[in-house]
Design a protein around this ligand. Structure first.
Ligand SMILES: NC(=O)c1ccc[n+]([C@@H]2O[C@H](COP(=O)([O-])OP(=O)(O)OC[C@H]3O[C@@H](n4cnc5c(N)ncnc54)[C@H](OP(=O)(O)O)[C@@H]3O)[C@@H](O)[C@H]2O)c1
Length: 348
């Protein structure tokens, strides 16, 4: 017997949202799992309706009132792809409180409001999935919660921010200073006008907090993740990569090392979780050091599996839409939240 379609509303039609909408319109029937419900795209929320129409988005589905889609009883699933804290946070919380399923790629909201959102979803029985929030198209949260569920995770570390990886690679390849490369990256669109979220490490912190939720069963407070480099290593006591100099990179290279912004969470001897996002001089022939450009890589050390690694495209609309659409298919198959099967997270 065919199942009733899931009525999906997409909030935000930018780099990622556009790709998700395109796939739902062009490949909708192909996205249906044999044991899942089909999708029906019923609304798209944007800020600028004229721009969205000009971009070819279906005029009949567009609205500039995302809250109306969240409140609409004829919408079953909210796909939040707007980014930022508000109104995304309030919209996600309202959808979960109403028992609707939510897919989000918003690492800021998941990392900063994770405990409350998880509590709400568990209370109402709603589903919250966020695979796209870490590593773009790389499947890593799902495998942590499912295929690796029998393991005790010792550490998780990785390169999870493309902007800083691009800047550090360009500094190493061209021998240029941080300020020069950042300005060029901004001009080329690889870094934002306000780059602080990336270069000070906050974006990587958010992703590490989400990884730690699946790996260690706790929601870390983003403010507790160390982002200030040590005064005597690369980064000169400044946050993220903002203090990394051409001299730091040259010194590392002379010792066969490459400076990368490494996000790491590790189980300490007393059972607590130590977490940091720091510029780190890695052996240049290691897989992490060779992770370049838009690629991300996440390594998980666990017992009994040993070390496993996940690498692939960490950003980009098409790659990230893969994770969002995968979450939608999981919802259609009623597989539950990203943490399904794991115990509720320990409080912060
Ligand atoms: N881009 C990537 O490669 C990537 C990878 C992984 C995760 N993500 C995450 O995915 C999310 C979306 O990223 P993106 O790069 O697609 O962003 P984006 O290109 O800036 O697109 C954001 C979209 O949301 C809309 N929007 C923003 N605020 C709104 C509001 N208050 N009301 C209605 N619409 C609103 C914008 O509309 P207007 O254009 O009309 O302003 C735009 O359509 C973010 O959480 C990001 O961190 C992105």
């Amino acid at each position: 017997m065919s199942r009733a379609p899931l009525r999906v509303a997409v909030l935000g039609a930018g780099t990622v949202g556009r790709e998700v909408v395109r796939s739902l319109i062009e490949c909708g029937p192909d996205l249906v799992a044999a044991d899942g419900a089909p999708f029906e795209l019923v609304g798209i929320a944007v800020r600028d309706l004229g721009k969205a129409r000009a971009a070819g988005l279906p005029a009949g589905l567009l609205t500039d009132a995302p809250a109306h889609l969240v409140a609409d009883p004829d919408v079953d699933v909210i796909v939040e792809l707007m980014g930022g804290d508000e109104p995304a946070h309030t919209l996600i919380a309202a959808a979960l409180a109403a028992g609707k399923s939510v897919v989000s790629a918003n690492k800021h909201v998941i990392a900063h409001h994770g405990p409350d959102l998880e509590a709400t979803a568990r209370r109402t029985g709603a589903t919250l999935r966020f695979e796209a929030a870490v590593g773009g198209g790389i499947p890593v949260l799902g495998p942590l919660a499912t295929d690796l569920a029998a393991n005790r995770v010792i550490s998780i570390r990785g390169i999870v921010n493309g902007t800083t990886n691009y800047i550090l690679s360009a500094m190493a390849d061209e021998g240029r200073d941080y300020g020069d490369v950042l300005a060029a990256a901004q001009a080329a669109g690889y870094a934002e006008a306000d780059p602080s979220g990336d270069v000070e490490g906050h974006d990587a912190v958010n992703k590490l907090v989400i990884l730690a939720r699946l790996a260690f069963g706790i929601w870390l407070d983003p403010a507790d993740v160390v982002i200030t480099a040590s005064a005597d290593g690369p980064g000169a006591g400044r946050p993220g990569i903002t203090g990394v100099s051409a001299a730091d990179i040259a010194t590392a290279a002379a010792g066969g090392r490459t400076v990368k912004l490494v996000a790491e969470a590790r189980r300490a001897a007393d059972g607590s979780i130590e977490a940091s996002v720091l510029p780190t001089a890695l052996a240049s022939d290691s897989a992490l050091a060779r992770t370049a450009g838009v690629l991300n890589r996440i390594e998980v050390e666990a017992v009994p599996v040993g070390t496993v690694a996940f690498s692939g495209p960490g950003a980009g609309g098409a790659a990230t839409s893969s994770a969002v659409l995968g979450d939608l298919i999981a919802i259609s198959r009623e597989l539950g939240s990203t943490w399904a099967g794991l115990p509720p997270a320990a409080a912060r």
